[in-house]
Ligand binder design. Sequence first.
Ligand code: KIV
Ligand code: ZN
Length: 532
Amino acid sequence: MEEPAVIRIFDTTLRDGEQSPGATLNIQEKLDIARNLASMRVDIIEAGFPIASPGDFEAVRRVAEDVGRAADAPIIAGLARCNKADIDRAWDAVRPARHPRIHTFIATSDIHLKHKLKISREECLARAAEMVAYARSLCDDIEFSPEDAGRSDPEFLYQVLEVAIQAGATTLNIPDTVGYTTPEEFGALIAGIRQNVRGVENVIISAHCHNDLGLATANTLAAIRNGARQVEVTINGIGERAGNTSLEEVVMALHTRPQFYKARTNIDTTLIARLSRLVSAYTGIPVQPNKAIVGANAFAHEAGIHQDGMLKNPLTYEIMRPETIGLSESKLVLGKHSGRHAFQSKVAALGYDLNGDDLNRVFERFKELCDTKKIVGDADIEAIIVDEIYQPMELWRLQHVQVSCGSGLRPTATVRLRGPDGIVREDAAIGTGPVDSVYRAINRIVQAPNELTEFSIKAVTEGIDAVGEVTIRIEPTNGGNAHSEPTLTQTGPRRRTYSGHGADQDIIVASAKAYMSALNKMLTAVKAETKA
Ligand code: KIV
Ligand code: ZN
């Protein structure tokens, strides 16, 4: 039997994913995600766009140093436009890695050449050749991307790719930057490149698809069927506009249908669910319930006829087992009489490595929840872990919140916070609703002008006693003590936003925690920028 081809997984959650509207990750969060990606055995981590800002440079460098040095570390890539300043900056950021890569790109479609870059095709060819050669003089591993390849003239694309190979590119990445192509077209584009570009047999062909028409995964799989051996993906499919191809969809498609695709990956699929949750918490981008693989309903069977079939044999309606992606309601059922040791085993079974103070805090919260909730399941425990552990540095700490509201009453909140100076302050405010009054009272103390741009709330489990999870996003609004420079992305400058998350059975408390989490993230970033 023919050996399946190995598909390299190039994860760009930290670069293209972070270009999602509203997703801003700080260095600690990027490192956490990168560590998890490495444990999951992705082949390449694109850690960022180092020229974008000093923070982005630092984040890529830290990923290269802290995650990219181990003996079995993935390749660490940094993005650069086709110019010397970008390439130098990218090289400085990735060079501490054991396996560094420079990923350089230039647009090749006539629309981009004429309206964005304002250069001719000849100038584009010359710049690609010169800059790939320059990048190759610094680093042995060079990826070249002709941006908007999906709408480029194929004949011109072949020429650009050929000069990139001659100049030393080792991977040719083919982006459908605006998510315009269909699977048939994108597959044919990859086949055409394999047939028409001289030297292509010596390089890896990669696919990079966006999801504007909901076809990113289909296009990526079509690319694999036509010879692509690297795919560029993000966790939960986050990314510019409608997002990028999602890692979990491609990986599980290959895992579920290996005979059809004749391909496999090196990914440890059991870490998918945990990383999906972490990325959602850190970016503040909730996963839609019906999202393939990682949505809350992806393995839920509602219809009676389906449930009946599932009880008789799961194969009737299930093409994947939930435990393959790390979702298992483990047999160990815990309650208020469970000890710390049993709790630690449960936490470990869920994929989290908690010790010392972290474990104590989560255990205490678990015990409190057992007093008020009938059944405390894995989802509740995970919600507590994410709420307690995956939070930004705590400059301000919520100590107390109390609200009075109801029909005929003006919602009024009192809050008590401990500040970075250790002083405890208390204040009160009236708002349009209970959450608004809490946020106003917090604002009176913290004095960090911002605008709330998103607020979402969801119950972690079913039932009236469920834990509520709140995710919010804020934007700094003026100088004051909340300035924040816009950051550069592949598509232009973008204002920074900060997300926060909080969980509690009381949704007002969860809302207050989420707001403190976003404020702490924003103030920490401002502090770092002021220092730089
Ligand atoms: O979508 C795109 O074209 C990109 C390139 C920089 C690879 O993200
Ligand atoms: Zn992209």
